[in-house]
Design a protein around this ligand. Structure first.
Ligand code: SUG
Length: 445
């Protein structure tokens, strides 16, 4: 079966900010309290989407979620008008209020785990939205994510959009950030490498949280009836060093797995299990040693949080890195070495997603990969497909609705609540999402 890899990127929301909400994500902690530029952020994301579409890969947008999340704050007992709810929450429970304002749904790699039809027993594309239970602000995403995915992939004969796993720590799930699919070609059966940080009943004593449990990874493979599952433990030392998702130190595409020496607790066993599960191809492992690239440089420069893609018409793979990789001498040397060698990665391209990077989100975090056959691609909801027209419309829309400077304290501003709703109401019309896509549209403006 012929298939192609599409990218679905989170459109960055108007409340993009640096609130320091993610322990173990070093960039999030480091930039806490700084001013963000939501307008620059959304434009950077749009330009990346446009660049990928221009390379010939199908590109779709996932709309931002409604933030501040007033229904969440009401569920905590804050009552009155929406503005009063926001004001009281910021006064009485500022950490919860900050969580309710986060634009974190932008990192679509965490939206869901995806199993293409080539690997699922019923031949449909399966999605499990991630429950993201480890961090409060992210745990608020999965219901609206499910709604977005159902809008984008509407035909139940082709697509199965499941509920998230139960929202408990035992089943903590962070979606495709901990999943890599390897295969001979996209439409052929693959190896589904699921990387987990801790076990459900393990007493976890790491300094930073391990966000994915083995049991969550296992349950997703089971409910998708996925073939080729390989479960591997994330390196404990990597988590302690700031690897909050495996995709901070590992990326793969087609037959190639590109990873840092510390990514897995047991590298040899992981490679052996991948080899044993691979059907019809010999996996290619490109490992970077800690001597060539210390973990701190890998995390600071996000060499591995790059998109590894096959550009139509090109022989070797392309690595789409953030400009921070280029600015780090060691990371740039590794990237240049890849191209100079006769290995599977032939081109390195750089993109500017600095606004997202300052919250620990690189090019790979911003996208969810979905392998689709031609018939499936035809069934994806077209108004959400990126092309020159949508790029122009959304760039104009962002210019009209987004602020260019936002401190976390500004999130308490009731005017921002109105602004974001106006922006999202207008976006829902642009993307033809229907009147009740956002909670505020269903419950009154
Ligand atoms: O979950 N940052 C996100 C970054 C997600 C990156 N995704 C992948 N690696 N796939 C997170 O830690 C920071 C928000 C703040 O601090 O305001 C945040 O949520």
């Amino acid at each position: 079966m012929k298939a192609i890899e599409a990218n679905v990127d989170g459109l960055i929301g108007p409340t993009h900010s640096y609130a320091g909400l993610s322990p173990g994500n070093l960039a999030s902690g480091r930039n806490k309290g700084e001013a963000s530029n939501p307008r620059a952020a959304v434009i950077q994301g749009l330009e990346k989407m446009k660049a990928l579409a221009d390379l010939g890969l199908p590109q779709f947008v996932l709309p931002p979620q409604e933030r501040p999340d007033i229904p969440f704050l009401r569920s905590l007992g804050f009552a009155g008008s929406d503005a009063a709810v926001l004001e009281r929450a910021w006064k009485e429970a500022p950490s919860f209020a900050a969580a309710a304002c986060s634009a974190s749904a932008m990192w679509a790699a965490n939206a869901a785990t995806v199993t293409p039809g080539a690997d699922s027993a019923d031949g449909r594309v399966h999605f499990t939205p991630a429950n993201l239970t480890t961090n409060l602000h992210r745990s608020l995403e999965h219901r609206q994510t499910q709604r977005s995915l159902r809008a984008l992939f509407p035909d139940p004969d082709l697509f199965a959009v499941h509920d998230a796993l139960p929202s408990v720590g035992h089943l903590a799930d962070e979606g495709a950030a901990n999943h890599v699919r390897l295969c001979a070609e996209h439409g052929a059966p693959g190896v589904n490498l699921m990387v987990w940080g801790r076990e459900a009943f393990e007493a976890w004593d790491g300094a930073f949280p391990a966000r994915q449990t083995r049991e969550a990874s296992d349950a997703i493979m089971r409910r998708h009836e996925a073939s080729g599952a390989v479960l591997a433990r994330q390196g404990r030392a990597a988590i302690a060093g700031g690897t909050f998702h495996n995709d901070v130190v590992c990326v793969g595409a087609l037959d190639t797995l590109f990873f840092h020496e510390m990514a897995f607790e047991d590298t040899a066993a992981t490679q052996a299990a991948i080899r044993a599960a691979a059907r019809g191809f010999e996996p290619v492992f490109v490992e970077v040693s800690a001597a060539d690239l210390p973990l701190g440089d890998a995390i600071g420069s996000y060499l591995f949080n790059s998109m590894l893609i096959q550009v139509p018409g090109e022989d070797r793979l392309s690595l789409i890195c953030p400009v921070e990789t280029q600015e780090n001498d060691r990371s740039r040397a590794v990237a240049e070495g890849l191209v100079a060698s006769n290995g599977p990665i032939g081109v390195v391209r750089y993109v500017d997603v600095r606004q997202s990077m300052r919250n620990g989100g690189g090019p790979a975090c911003l996208r969810l990969r979905v392998v689709l056959t031609e018939a499936e691609l035809d069934a994806v909801y077209d108004p959400m497909r990126m092309n020159d027209d949508l790029f122009a419309v959304l760039t104009d829309w962002a210019g009209r609705h987004y602020r260019d400077r936002l401190f976390p304290a500004d999130l308490a501003d009731p005017a921002l609540l109105i602004e974001t709703r106006e922006a999202l109401d207008s976006l829902a019309a642009i993307l033809d999402l229907g009147g009740g896509f956002y909670p505020f549209q269903r419950e009154g403006f």
